[in-house]
Design a protein around this ligand. Structure first.
Ligand code: AMP
Length: 368
């Protein structure tokens, strides 16, 4: 049984590593050469829009999925007409456009920062008038890891921000002075079964995730139930199958949805070592219509991202309980090249060990 995956990055690589024990084979379609998953399985190296490549990719698959959010929706739809394709292309489309994403939150009564669509300098000025300062200007499409966005704190910045981002369609949204950032990873199977991992606390620098603490500390049962309810609404709205991530801001005990990722997610990497069944395995179970595995955490985990540099393997592995995951990527500035997960029963002791590992990691952020 062959699972087809659009894109062959580290998420696809980890998906394949978790899928082999289930007796699955994989085939990737990826425009770049030497992609992290390409060492593990057949990889068709071609643009996502190449009709012959799409045909070759789809032939004989039992199911198809994607691991990169910016694959063209048209390619997803083309495949979905021929083989079961999950998560549904409509969810992919909503996640690719920040305006559609905000409308989705509105439609499903999920609290989110106030926003306005911006297509001109005068739209931007009107949005600031209505929503106030500070605010964040974001490109509607193709923004990730902090790219394509800019915070406006005072009016004097408006024109220069417009000059740098104004050649794309934009949104302006309220800046949320959050207490912390949280995410939920939820999964729904083709048969409607849903499982949710515990809320995770995430810390970013320069728009890139640096560290996740799982389960997030100080989460009341009500807060968890609220996040799970929002996830359920989105999963059911799309008749979704697969893993879905929602990123939230928490402020004064309230959640505001920032964005969704209709795929396995960096803030769920800890589940490889710290949950009963990982997000990758559960994604595969879900899209194949198999029973879902338990999404409970086993104790506590801290995941540290490796950005732009690979620390000495020996030093990391000498720290008790450190799990090293390298993606076989050439280090470059701002590039995610791997992650380290530490697991344990005592959160305070775990933070000490994470601090020891952080010593070896360039630009590491210790969990707060
Ligand atoms: P995003 O690409 O939307 O996930 O944004 C990347 C990071 O920028 C987020 O994880 C936040 O740390 C920050 N950020 C984005 N939008 C806002 C906002 N409306 N208010 C405050 N911080 C934000």
């Amino acid at each position: 049984m062959i699972v087809g995956v659009l894109a062959a990055g580290q998420l696809g690589r980890m998906m394949a590593l978790e899928g082999y024990p289930l007796g699955l084979r994989f085939r990737f379609l990826e425009p770049k050469n030497d992609a992290p998953a390409s060492w593990l399985a057949e990889t068709i190296e071609a643009p996502y829009t190449d009709p012959a490549a799409l045909q070759r990719f789809s032939d004989g698959l039992c199911v198809a999925t994607y691991e990169f959010e910016n694959v063209p929706v048209e390619s997803a739809e083309w495949i979905a007409e021929r083989v079961p394709f999950y998560p549904p292309p409509a969810a992919l489309g909503a996640a690719q456009d920040r305006l559609e994403e905000k409308w989705l939150f509105q439609r499903l009564s999920i609290p989110a920062p106030s926003f306005k669509a911006v297509d001109s300098l005068s739209d931007l000025q009107a949005a600031i008038e209505e929503i106030g300062l500070p605010g964040v200007v974001k490109t509607r499409r193709l923004g990730y890891d902090g790219k394509g966005q800019s915070v406006i704190r005072e009016r004097a910045q408006v024109e220069s921000v417009w000059e740098s981002l104004g050649n794309s369609a934009l949104i302006y949204e309220q800046f949320v002075p959050f207490d912390r950032e949280l995410s939920i990873i939820a999964v729904r199977s083709r048969h409607g079964e849903i499982a949710c991992y515990p809320l995770v606390q995430n810390e970013h620098r320069e728009g890139i995730l640096r560290v996740s603490t799982a389960p997030a500390p100080d989460v009341s049962p009500e807060l968890r139930a609220e996040a799970e309810e929002y996830a359920r609404r989105i999963l059911e709205a799309f008749e979704y199958a697969g893993v879905l991530t929602i990123e939230f801001f928490q402020r004064d005990g309230a959640l505001f949805a920032n964005e969704i990722a209709p795929r396995v997610h960096n803030s769920g990497h800890w589940t490889l070592d710290g949950a009963v069944v990982s997000q990758f395995e559960n994604h595969l179970r879900a899209i194949m219509g198999l029973p879902l595995g338990r999404a409970d955490a086993i104790g506590h985990s801290i995941m540290l991202n490796l950005i732009g540099a690979i620390p000495p393997r020996e030093a990391v592995l000498a720290v008790p309980g450190a799990h090293l995951h390298l993606y076989d990527k050439e280090p470059r500035p701002r590039r995610k090249v791997g992650h380290i997960t530490l697991c344990g029963d005592d959160p305070a002791e775990l933070r000490v060990r994470a601090g020891a590992v952080a010593e070896f990691i360039k630009g590491a952020v210790c969990p707060s």
